[in-house]
Structure formats: C-alpha cells, structure tokens
Ligand binder design. Structure first.
Ligand code: SF4
Length: 170
C-alpha cells in the first residue's frame, strides 16, 4: 500500500515519539520571526507525493521566490514562543516533498500563525531528523504497543488518542 504515511499522521505520532530532549539532540531549528506578504502566496490544489518514502502531503501555500519554492503551513491560533516540534516536522515534510517534486530544495519553510510567521530553515540536520522519524514510524506502524515517550499528563489530556490509549496519563 503506497502513500500510507499521511502528514496528519506525523502530528499524531509526534506525540508518541518526540520529547523536548530529543528535539535538542536532533538540533531542530527553532524558527525565526519574519514578515511575509500573503499576496504572493499561491494556493496548492493537489497533494504532493514522494513514492520512495510513501509520503504525501499538501502545503497550504507555495511561494515562488528567487527561483526557490517555499512551502507555507497555516496554523490556527496565536503563535507560541517557538514553533511546536510537530509543526516543524510537518513543514520539513513539505520541504522534502517540494524538493522531490520540483527538483529545487527550499532553503526554509514558513509556519503562519494568526499573529506571527516563523521561517524554519530546512537544514540537512532537520532533513536527517525527519527521515529518522519517518523510518521509526514505518517500523512501528503495525506494532500493537508503542511505548509512551513522555511523562506529561497535560499532553495526554489534549490527545485525540486518549480514549484508546492504555498509556494515557490523563
Ligand atoms: S494519551 Fe498520552 S500516551 Fe497515549 S498517545 Fe496520547 S499523548 Fe501518547
């Protein structure tokens, strides 16, 4: 079965797998605040695919800028102090899909919150971390038990899997 790794799934599995400690170890870029003119943003009509990784996803917008294509992910709600790990990985997946689809590597992507935009550099380290995450997800997707990776009851309280998860802390 191809194209089974949907980007929304990344969001869900982030909650299984990622902790802030791992984030630091992975060297995820924190994102820098930028101003971007939304008039230049082009809506994306169809999902992008990368068969080799069974990866698909649809950025909210693509910006063409100096020969580069920059993906934009729009999030509802006000911006946190720094983008969440899950948002960074989702954006990184879009950067990978853009590179594979258009044969040009985005230097960064943009996470657009209601009140602030962050540019997140698509570094080789972020790409490697994303590939590790995708490999882990693929390895674990048919496992019955994937251990909880955190001790945060609040995270479980907000989790959509809480009712079916036997490791919930909430
Ligand atoms: S309920 Fe808690 S442990 Fe279970 S999947 Fe959600 S965040 Fe992870």
């Amino acid at each position: 079965m191809i194209y089974i790794i949907l980007l929304l799934f990344i969001l869900a599995l982030i909650f299984f797998r990622q902790s802030s400690v791992q984030r630091q170890e992975a060297g995820l870029p924190g994102g820098r605040i930028i101003y971007s003119d939304t008039r230049g943003w082009g809506k994306v009509e169809k999902p992008l695919f990368y068969t080799a990784l069974e990866l698909t996803g649809k950025p909210d917008y693509l910006i063409q800028q100096n020969g580069k294509i920059i993906p934009v992910e729009v999030k509802s709600g006000r911006a946190p102090n720094a983008p969440y790990d899950s948002h960074i990985y989702q954006l990184a997946a879009y950067c990978l899909l853009v590179e594979k689809t258009y044969k040009t590597r985005p230097p960064y992507g943009i996470i657009h919150y209601e009140n602030r935009d962050f540019a997140v550099d698509y570094t080789r380290e972020l790409e490697a971390s994303l590939l590790d995450l995708l490999a882990d997800m693929k390895r674990d997707q048919y496992k019955k038990d994937v251990p909880r990776s955190h001790e945060q009851a609040g995270r479980c309280a907000r989790c959509g899997f809480r009712n079916v998860c036997d490791q919930s802390l909430a």
